[in-house]
Structures are given as C-alpha cells and as structure tokens.
Design a protein around this ligand. Structure first.
Ligand code: GCO
Length: 478
C-alpha cells in the first residue's frame, strides 16, 4: 500500500514527545535483530511467497498487441509521477520473467503472486482477445510450475485498458459487465493450471487515490466519482469471486485489501472518534460489504449516500464467501480530528512524530500487523487470512554488486514475529508474501522507492540479490 495522500497531513508542532509518551505505554512487540525465528514455527502448511504486479514490473507497454493502459496514459501527463518517470520498461519482466522466476525459486519461496494485464489480454477492454497476451501468461505460469512455484494470480492490479477509463472506468456501472467478461475469459483460460486466485488488489488505493485525490490514474478529483468507483468495485469484487467459483473447480478464491493499524493521537474523545472514522475508511469500507455487513455508514455518515447508487439486488450481490482474505500491511496511521469534510480526520505522518519510517514516510510498526490480523480474525465471515503483501522501501545502495539492507531484514524479522505472535494466539493466518521480488515502478513515486529483495539497476536492468533476499534464502531453506 502506498502512503495515503488522500488523508492530507498537517504538521502539529511540538507533539512529538506527546506521541512518544502516549505510545510507549503500550505493549509493543519487542523483537530485535537478534531474535531467532524459525520457518518451522509457522507450520508446514504455511505459504511463503513474493508478490508483484503487471504494470509495476512488465514494461513492454506496447509490445505484441498490448494496448495503452490507464497508467500508461496517466504517467505521461505532466507532473503526475516523480521525475516524469513511467513504466514503459519497468523491470522488463516481460522479457526477463524466466530469470526472475529462477531467482524467486533460488530464494526458496514456494509461491509467486503476480497480476494479469487487462490491456495485454483484451486490448479493446472487451471483445477481441490478444493471443500473444494470453500466451505470455501461459509461459509465466508454465515457468512457475516447472520451477515448483505455485502461481497465485491477481486478476486486477490497477492497469485498466485506457479505452475503458475513457468511458468512466470504475465510475461507470458498465464496469460490472466489462470486468465480468475479463474474469470469465482469464479463469477459463488459466483455470486448469492455476488454483489460487485473487480478484482485485486494494480497492481503496485505486478508488481513493485515483477518483477522489487524483494522484493515481485516472487523476480524477470527485467525491461522486469516488463513491461510484467504490460501489461498482465492491460489486465487481464479489461477482469476480462467483465467476471463479463457477469456472475453476477446486479454486482457492481470495481478494486483497489495503490495511493500516489506526490509533488516535491521544485519548481525547474527538480524536478517538476521528481514528474510528479513519479506520472505517481505510480498513472496513471494502471488507464489510464483501462480508455482507454493508458499508460502515454508522461510523462515517456520508456513506449513507451510497444507497442512491443501489439497483435492485445490489445488497445481496455485494457479498461473496471468499476462501481467504489478503491482508496488505505496511505502516501504522495516527489520526487526529480535523475539519476535512466527510471524514473529519487527518493523519499525522511518521516524520512529524520522529518515529522510524520508510522512504514514503510510513511508520515502521510491526505491532500493527499483529493488531490487524487479530482484528480481521474476529470477523465471523473470514475463513482464512494470508498476508499477501508486506515489505518496505529504504535507501538501498549498490556497492560492489551488493546491497546491505539490514533495515529491511529487521523489518521482515519483526513483521514475521508479529505474524507468529498472532498465529500462536490462534489467528487463522496461513501465508506471508513479500512485496516484492525485484525493485519496480512504485506508482506516483516512480523508481525512487525500492521494495525488492533483488536490486534492479534501471539503466542496465541488471539484477543483484540484496542481503534481505539472501536472508530469506537462508530462512526458508528446508
Ligand atoms: C499497494 C500495491 C503495491 C505497492 C506496494 C508498495 O499496496 O500499493 O499493492 O502495488 O507497490 O504496496 O507501496
């Protein structure tokens, strides 16, 4: 999950100490870099994987019949991406997939989660199929299978054919038909080889940042468009689940949500309530309708307006009984009451609080992953949890072919300890996927923020395994 700029931040001078005092009174996870973790502690059925996405890694943006995606388009608009970068080449996974999959295997992972590019498969959004696009993912899947890696496919990780975005994208109810056609096609095509599916990656990110804050594709800033994109993507998420159930016998069907652990800046009632509203938007907005609980409108009354978008039958169609829910956790959010219309809450960035942070100003806070897992586990409708993304961007330096990223190793150890603590308390969490195998294109941040276990020199496209990759190789070996 990228930093959520849609909750605008303001400096609160002189509150650093206050936070420290307040927060230090909590029972924080204390795991140092010395802690010994064993893979066997997590059990034999636990899934160990890495996760990546099509737009961020593939490149080959106009190769072999692929059409322009909303992100190809957006990244060319002036001032949208840091340094004017784009993912025309990205990590060149399209041409280097075999090498990258070999590398994932050599680090001893057993799962590769990746996404399909809709414009590579259906360049017109719907209708004519691009056989070369279809073939590409067969090659990726076959390479995984021959490498004894389970392919876990995310059907939608934000790259939509631009031709559909031009017609309103997620804010056009027609998306339900376009998306269903796409899901039907890919699950019929790959369903005999692939059993693990995720319908959508983090609805909050592309709806909130894309249709309300305008910092992601398509760059729209409209509360109305945001509400539509939320409701239609909720319907698509559940419909996608139903289509997979029909098309893929024996499928393990999931979807992934953005999460952050939200806490109030202090114990004042107004700030506790602000944190509850923030939590409702950032953690509950998409999960609860999918569990049949509707939108969290009691906590955020503006969501009552969603009803104006309902058509007959929507209420029931919003829910689907997923086999697993993907948790994607990166940082904690500290919230404070504010005048911001609708949400009336704002986030205080890590840099304002003087706490350890990643290169995107997200607080490094492993305890939050434990808390989120506990929270999610307490929903009756959730059957199984997989951490489908966790990772961090720190300032990596390539020196003599090596990257000594001790900070990232500590990040993983501490977050794995959080997962283990939850698991020991009978939280039903059964997998952990690192974001990401290689450095890649980080949306509006371009290539500045590196999340990979493998360093990519974006000039030569050469790869160098970081110390964190070597750490996993050792940790995961049988
Ligand atoms: C997200 C996405 C990934 C990001 C990763 C790091 O959550 O934003 O799933 O595409 O790259 O989370 O920010």
């Amino acid at each position: 999950m990228k930093r959520r700029e849609w909750v605008k931040n303001t400096a609160v001078a002189g509150t650093g100490l206050l936070f420290c005092r307040h927060l230090s009174s909590r029972n924080l996870l204390k795991v140092s870099s010395q802690t010994t973790l064993l893979k066997s502690d997590f059990g034999t059925g636990f899934k160990w994987g890495v996760a990546a996405s099509s737009y961020q890694t593939e490149g080959a943006w106009n190769v072999d019949g692929k059409s322009e995606s909303n992100w190809d388009h957006f990244s060319r608009l002036h001032g949208k991406i840091e340094r004017g970068e784009n993912a025309d080449v990205a990590a060149d996974f399209y041409h280097r997939y075999a090498e990258d999959i070999d590398q994932i295997k050599s680090m001893n992972f057993k799962v590769f989660r990746f996404s399909l590019s809709w414009p590579r498969i259906l360049p017109g959004g719907s209708g004519a199929v691009n056989q070369k696009g279809i073939d590409f993912y067969h090659k990726v899947i076959d390479k995984c299978l021959s490498s004894e890696l389970e392919p876990w496919i995310t059907i939608y990780h934000w790259d939509m054919p631009q031709v559909l975005e031009l017609q309103g994208g997620w804010a056009n109810r027609e998306i339900i038909n376009w998306f269903s056609e796409y899901v039907d096609l890919v699950t019929r095509e790959y369903g005999s080889k692939v059993k693990n599916w995720m319908v959508i990656n983090e609805q909050l990110s592309f709806t909130g940042l894309g249709y309300m804050q305008g910092v992601f594709a398509p760059g729209t800033k409209s509360l109305k468009a945001f509400m539509k994109s939320v409701h239609y993507s909720v319907l698509c998420n559940a419909e996608g689940g139903r289509i997979i159930r029909k098309n893929v016998p024996g499928a393990n069907i999931g979807t992934t949500f953005a999460n952050t652990w939200v806490e109030p800046i202090d114990q004042k009632k107004k700030n506790i309530q602000a944190a509850a509203r923030m939590d409702a938007i950032m953690n509950r907005l998409f999960l609860e309708p999918c569990l049949g609980l509707g939108y969290p409108e009691d906590t955020v009354p503006i969501l009552k307006k969603m009803k104006s978008l309902y058509k007959e039958g929507d209420e029931a169609k919003m829910a689907f009984d997923f086999d697993f829910i993907g948790v994607q956790y990166y940082f904690r959010t500290i919230a404070k009451n504010s005048l911001m219309p609708g949400l009336r809450a704002k986030e205080i960035l890590a840099s304002k609080r003087g706490v350890p942070a990643n290169e995107m100003d997200g607080e490094v806070y492993p305890e939050g992953l434990y808390q989120i897992l506990k929270k999610y586990n307490s929903y009756k409708g959730i059957r199984n949890l997989i951490v489908t993304e966790n990772g961090s961007c720190f300032r990596d330096r390539l020196e003599n072919g090596k990257v000594h990223d001790k900070e990232r190793i500590d990040y993983f150890k501490n977050h794995l300890a959080a997962v283990l603590k939850a698991k020991k308390e009978r939280v039903n969490v059964n997998g952990y996927f690192v974001w990401s195998p290689t450095d890649n294109f980080e949306w509006d941040k371009g290539y500045r923020t590196r999340f990979g276990l493998v360093y990519v020199d974006f000039n030569t496209l050469e790869r160098y395994v970081k110390d964190s990759g070597l750490w996993f190789k050792e940790f995961l070996k049988d």
